[in-house]
Design a protein around this ligand. Structure first.
Ligand code: NOJ
Ligand code: CA
Length: 707
């Protein structure tokens, strides 16, 4: 691994230091485009300001904390000390969108102390990058707090200067699975958003948004607000003051306590992040979020390898089969009382069909949901503790047989742990559950947290749950298990520190297209997601539905994209586990488009965002690590458009056998989604291609080095 670190101490810039209250501390990014100024005002209130190319993007914004029982930390501060350093390293992702990541920033650390008799200390650290900033609070060791620090609210402001076009989901404390709204900042009305989440509880207490929230300015400025390294703290939503274009942190709370975060000294908060670029593609290219996380603490995680996977999954969402078997609880034990309904999906036989198909098609994993007892009571029951045990199989599923059959075929079974949000049951079971996986050589688990959290009163995004998700992943790592959580806490780049945190849901995934009462995800959904949710990290979206209309199963639902767009998603939406989500029979009926799923990579040496506009379209090229082959994906919203590509990212002097999977002449996401045209040609660095994308369409290209 090549790491180059340089730490240079810089002298601090003091501007206009006639007297202390006018002291301004400033730090600029390495290329000087981004600048942060910090000061305390007359009352000793700390504030900061952000400029991009000399224009104020975040105006005077105050910082502070409110606690339970003790005075707030918000004013009467003086600057005790400041330090600056610049940092430049290149680190490597064990798996990812790229191999080498440059982490280059200038840091400004301000040590504050209260001038009142309280004399408490608080540090604020800014890291200023070319693509934005991160800052966090550090509570140093001190004897000025008695016992634990109980935070009622963090008061971090982002005081914006323009009525941006904003792409947002409501600041729900329980689920991120909402459609994005596109409105002016001044028109955000999260309280009147009507949640369409069929599977989990939803709670939207304020006119607040969840992050990443992305904004586009009149002169092309792009901003995205989020957080990095969310550990032992509550998730942050941003409360919107629509009149003053102001965002303010609003932490997720709990009904069980009258504070939102409990911490003991010393501790640091997560990083509050602002990605700042002057075009949309650079937002996706930004590595700010991962860079703000600590380096790998797990060491070698090569026991997990990125993979495509199929699974017993879509068939349940379509209603072809069920998770449950038809057992009954007798004396506290799941018992086969002869009520099996015969529609159970996770049977040994069915799973073998997926194994055979995957082995034949260059797909390494098979996910099996509904394999363990408990699904008869998983949802809609108040008392769900003890329902699942994560080791007991239904009578028609033979784990020994399935895993050894998979092994013979070179395929790995992906474990499924639906906790139904009964967190104490899961905590108690984790060692046993992960040990079972280790015994069978299973290295990846998809976990799920559907429903209202038990214990009652907790929310999915509060500190209690943040610790549940993180502790589960850390424990899993000790059993060589990688985690892909659904109904998760948001991604904040922890995959750098714990690279067994491979992927997650945390958005309206493909499943909504199978059953959502509002008709599923509209064509604009993913062109928004690519510039919002995807900035946080990998997404288990589960692409690749070929039978777009599935009238045989659900007449009123469908996928709202063309078939070509479903292929493009393997490149556009990044995840180190990428599902081929459709039924085996639907793939077998379409061998030609299936070829793209067989060929496409899942682990990348380099990614280039070729073009895009937030909410409209995006085109990404990625180079596969193992082979150096390239893959390109492009998707559009409900508007047809023409995209011209040049291939100057390809290797000099190398020809590539290209296969282009594009929308047919008459393709349309609704009227004619299956119209696809597949062309083969040779491409090199000097080639150009003009491709038409249909309404809700896209294209995928594989570029395999000519031998
Ligand atoms: C919701 C998840 O998003 C979905 O993928 C899964 O099939 C169900 N929960 C059952 O665990
Ligand atoms: Ca879900």
């Amino acid at each position: 691994m090549r790491i180059w670190v340089s730490i240079v101490l810089l002298s601090i810039s003091f501007f206009s230091c006639q007297n202390e209250s006018q002291l301004v501390l400033t730090s600029s990014s390495p290329n000087t485009n981004v600048e942060v100024d910090f000061n305390v005002n007359q009352e000793g209130k700390p504030f900061y300001l952000v400029k991009f190319k000399n224009k104020v993007v975040v105006d005077t914004s105050y910082l502070g904390f409110e606690f339970k029982d003790i005075p707030s930390l918000e004013k009467n501060f003086k600057v005790k000390n400041t330090t600056t350093q610049s940092f430049n390293e290149t680190w490597q992702m064990p798996w990812g969108e790229q191999l080498d990541v440059v982490n280059n920033y200038n840091e400004l650390k301000i040590e504050l102390e209260e001038t009142s008799e309280l004399n408490r200390k608080l540090n604020i650290v800014f890291k200023v990058y070319d693509d934005g900033i991160g800052f966090r609070y550090e509570f140093p060791e001190q004897n000025k707090f008695e016992g634990d620090v109980l935070i009622k609210e963090e008061h971090t402001e982002f005081n914006l200067t323009e009525d941006y076009k904003t792409f947002w989901i409501p600041g729900d404390w329980d689920i991120y699975e909402h459609l994005y709204s596109t409105t002016k900042l001044s028109e955000i009305d999260a309280k009147s958003y009507i949640p369409k989440t069929n599977l989990a509880q939803s709670y939207i207490p304020e006119n607040a948004v969840n992050t990443p929230v992305t904004m586009v300015g009149k002169d092309g400025l792009h901003l995205s607000f989020h957080e990095a390294s969310l550990l032992d703290y509550s998730g942050m939503t941003l409360k919107v003051d629509t009149e003053n274009f102001n965002l303010k942190s609003n932490l997720v709370g709990s009904e069980n306590r009258d504070y939102k975060v409990k911490q003991s000294l010393p501790f640091n908060t997560p990083w509050r992040t602002i990605q700042i670029t002057d075009n949309a593609p650079d937002l996706i290219a930004s590595n700010l979020i991962v860079n703000l996380n600590e380096p790998n603490k797990l060491g070698d995680v090569s026991w997990f390898t990125p993979m495509k996977y199929t699974g017993v999954w879509w068939e349940m969402h379509l209603g072809k089969s069920t998770w449950d078997y038809g057992m009954e609880m007798v004396d506290g034990k799941w018992t086969d009382t002869g009520k099996a309904h015969g529609k159970h999906g996770a049977t040994t036989e069915n799973v073998k069909r997926f194994i055979d198909f995957s082995a034949k098609n260059n797909i390494k994993g098979v996910l099996v949901e509904g394999w363990n007892t408990g699904w008869e009571r998983w949802i809609g029951f108040e008392d769900r503790e003890g329902v699942f045990d994560f080791v007991t199989t239904y009578p028609d599923y033979d784990l020994d047989e399935v895993t050894s059959y998979a092994k013979e075929k070179g395929v790995e079974i992906i474990m499924h742990h639906e906790t139904s949000a009964a967190t104490q049951t899961y905590e108690k079971q984790q060692d046993t559950a992960y040990a079972l996986m280790q015994k069978y050589g299973m290295h990846a688990v998809k976990s799920g947290y559907v429903g209202k959290i038990i214990p009652k009163g907790e929310y999915h995004h509060g500190q209690y749950m943040v610790n549940q998700y993180n502790n589960a992943a850390i424990k899993a790592a000790s059993y060589e298990v990688a985690v892909n959580a659904h109904e998760p806490i948001k991604a904040t780049g922890l995959r750098r520190t714990y690279p067994n945190i491979i992927s997650r849901e945390g958005l309206r995934g493909q499943e909504f297209n199978a059953w959502s009462g509002d008709g599923g995800n509209p064509p604009e959904h993913l062109p928004i997601v690519a510039f919002t949710r995807m900035l946080a990290g990998p997404i288990d979206f589960t692409p690749g539905i070929f039978n777009i209309k599935f009238d045989e199963y659900r007449k009123d639902n469908q996928v709202n994209t063309t078939l070509a767009q479903q292929l493009a998603l393997y490149v556009v939406i990044y995840s180190p586990v990428q599902m081929a989500a459709d039924l085996v029979e639907h793939y077998e009926a379409n061998p030609k488009p299936l070829q793209f799923i067989r060929d496409v990579g899942v682990d990348w040496k380099e990614s280039i965002v070729l073009n895009g506009e937030v909410g409209d379209y995006v085109t990404i090229a990625r180079q596969e690590r193992e082979t150096d082959n390239w893959f390109v994906g492009s998707i559009t919203d409900e508007n047809a458009r023409t995209i011209t590509l040049n291939f100057d990212f390809l290797e000099e002097g190398q020809t590539y056998d290209a296969v282009i999977y594009k929308d047919g002449e008459k393709a349309h996401w609704d009227n004619n989604p299956l119209d696809i045209k597949i062309e083969e040609l040779q491409i090199n660095k000097n080639s150009n291609l003009t491709i038409k994308l249909a309404e809700g369409g896209g294209f995928a290209i594989s570029l395999i080095k000519t031998k």
